[in-house]
Design a protein around this ligand. Structure first.
Ligand code: SF4
Length: 195
């Protein structure tokens, strides 16, 4: 049986070397896509652990994200349920003053327009972290403004979220509305998308 257009696009994406010269560990595009996925996670870019394992969110941030979504590991990595397409699919390196560099700017323009139309069953798209929020909602959109306004974005099939790194623990404590209002609505929206 011949590959579906989505499988062809996934294979092409995994072979991409478009910005190889700028990647300190070389290209290793990390994405999870499959026909039938109803939940799409637009994340930022893989870290070194994901680069080495080839699997996104297989770390404490992933555990936190799955807790937010109310999903177990099996459902999260089920390609018929969940697609993961980062803003930048390869590890982008470190900033001179510390922290991971931004997702490579070549990546989303090169691959999202090719892959997104093939994810025909997606009902809900999570924008995880500031880079994903600005990519989709515009460069001036603030993270807190986007997350607080989640109800308005849900009408467009979008759900903005902070990145689930350890830094978010303190942020969530300073912003109790996130756990009280956003997470219950998120779990309900995810359950409906996957029902
Ligand atoms: S970051 Fe994106 S554009 Fe650059 S090599 Fe990886 S897949 Fe290609």
């Amino acid at each position: 049986m011949s590959d579906t257009p989505l499988e062809q696009a996934a294979r092409a994406a995994r072979a991409c070397t478009l910005c190889a010269a700028a990647l300190p560990l070389g290209p290793r595009p990390i994405l999870q896509i499959g026909d039938g996925a109803r939940l799409l996670i637009t994340s930022q870019a893989p870290g070194t652990k994901a680069h080495l394992s080839g699997t996104p969110f297989l770390d404490p941030s992933g555990e936190r994200l799955r807790g937010w979504l109310g999903l177990g590991v099996d459902a999260f990595y089920d390609t018929t349920k969940v697609a993961i397409l980062p803003c930048g699919m390869c590890y982008p390196g470190r900033l001179p003053r510390g922290g991971d560099a931004p997702p490579r700017p070549e990546c989303a323009p090169a691959w999202h327009p090719r892959i997104m139309p093939l994810l025909k069953d997606v009902r809900l798209r999570l924008l995880v972290g500031g880079y994903a929020i600005r990519l989709v909602l515009g460069p001036r959109m603030g993270l807190e403004t986007a997350v607080r306004g989640f109800a308005g974005h849900m009408a467009e099939g979008l759900f903005p979220l902070p990145h689930p790194s350890w830094r978010t623990i303190g942020w969530a404590q300073r912003n109790p509305w996130f756990e009280a209002e956003v997470l219950p609505a998120l779990r309900l929206a995810v359950a409906r998308a996957l029902a």
